[in-house]
Design a protein around this ligand. Structure first.
Ligand SMILES: Nc1ncnc2c1ncn2[C@@H]1O[C@H](COP(=O)(O)OP(=O)(O)OP(=O)(O)O)[C@@H](O)[C@H]1O
Ligand SMILES: [Mg+2]
Length: 220
């Protein structure tokens, strides 16, 4: 089982949106994913609750609400229950919980909007994540059309030593609309650009997690 934590101190950058999309896409790829919702708002958990029971196109996933002190127990449960990919959605402004989530993950994904306030807030997130020593990458999310903002954000983040994924997730109404009835975009508009970007993000995340595993094997 591999564990991915979505972490950012900045509210509204897309942690939950990307967490549920990655989980649903992993299921479509034949994995057995599970979501641990560490945010009291429980948006990811509620999204899963809206998924239709028995609908084979968008069936309910394994999802639970928890606090970070339960993570080790939940990871053990996940292994026992044959979960392949555990996705941790975290709350903003929660240093300790975010740090514990990152600590218990194999890799950390940090969504960041390519906008000034989001970039300013990134330093505190990077401090928390770097302290865990876990592999981490930023994904530029909800980017508007046009390359300039994305290029500037990438440059600013790389100048402070951050890894920024090649895949950029743009601002797609479909990403939001799909969630209304508990779907993800590849279950809602599978041929659309948003679904294509989620698939590319999933590929990048899989590679990030695979690198971690390879390193672990190399050190054993
Ligand atoms: N790529 C995107 N395209 C369009 N809308 C997006 C995208 N990513 C996120 N959003 C929208 O932005 C809002 C905030 O997203 P989300 O709730 O996923 O952020 P969050 O980081 O989980 O927030 P919080 O820190 O409050 O938990 C939501 O309305 C969501 O639908
Ligand atoms: Mg959230």
């Amino acid at each position: 089982m591999l564990t991915l934590a979505l972490v950012s101190q900045k509210g509204g950058c897309g942690k939950t949106t990307l967490a549920v999309h990655l989980a649903a896409y992993a299921r479509q790829q034949g994995l057995h994913p599970a979501i641990v919702d560490l945010d009291q708002q429980a948006s990811a958990y509620k999204w899963n609750a809206r998924r239709a029971e028995g609908n084979e196109l968008s069936p309910k996933l394994d999802a639970t609400k928890a606090t970070a002190d339960k993570l080790e127990h939940l990871k053990n449960l996940g292994i026992e229950n044959g979960i392949d990919l555990l996705i941790l959605d975290t709350a903003p402004h929660a240093n300790r919980e975010a740090a514990l989530a990152a600590q218990s993950a194999d890799a950390v994904l940090i969504p960041c909007r390519p906008a000034t306030f989001d970039l300013d807030a990134m330093v505190s997130t990077l401090v928390i994540v770097r302290a865990t020593g876990k592999p981490a990458a930023i994904v530029l999310n909800a980017a508007r059309r046009g390359k300039r903002k994305v290029a500037e954000a990438r440059e600013a983040l790389e100048s402070i030593g951050a890894t920024v994924l090649q895949t950029v997730v743009h601002d797609w109404v479909a990403l939001e609309d799909a969630l209304v009835d508990g779907r993800a975009v590849h279950e809602y508009d599978p041929q659309g650009k948003a679904a294509e970007e989620v698939a590319l993000l999933y590929r990048d995340v899989t590679m990030l997690l695979a690198t971690t595993k390879q390193k672990e094997r190399a050190t054993v």
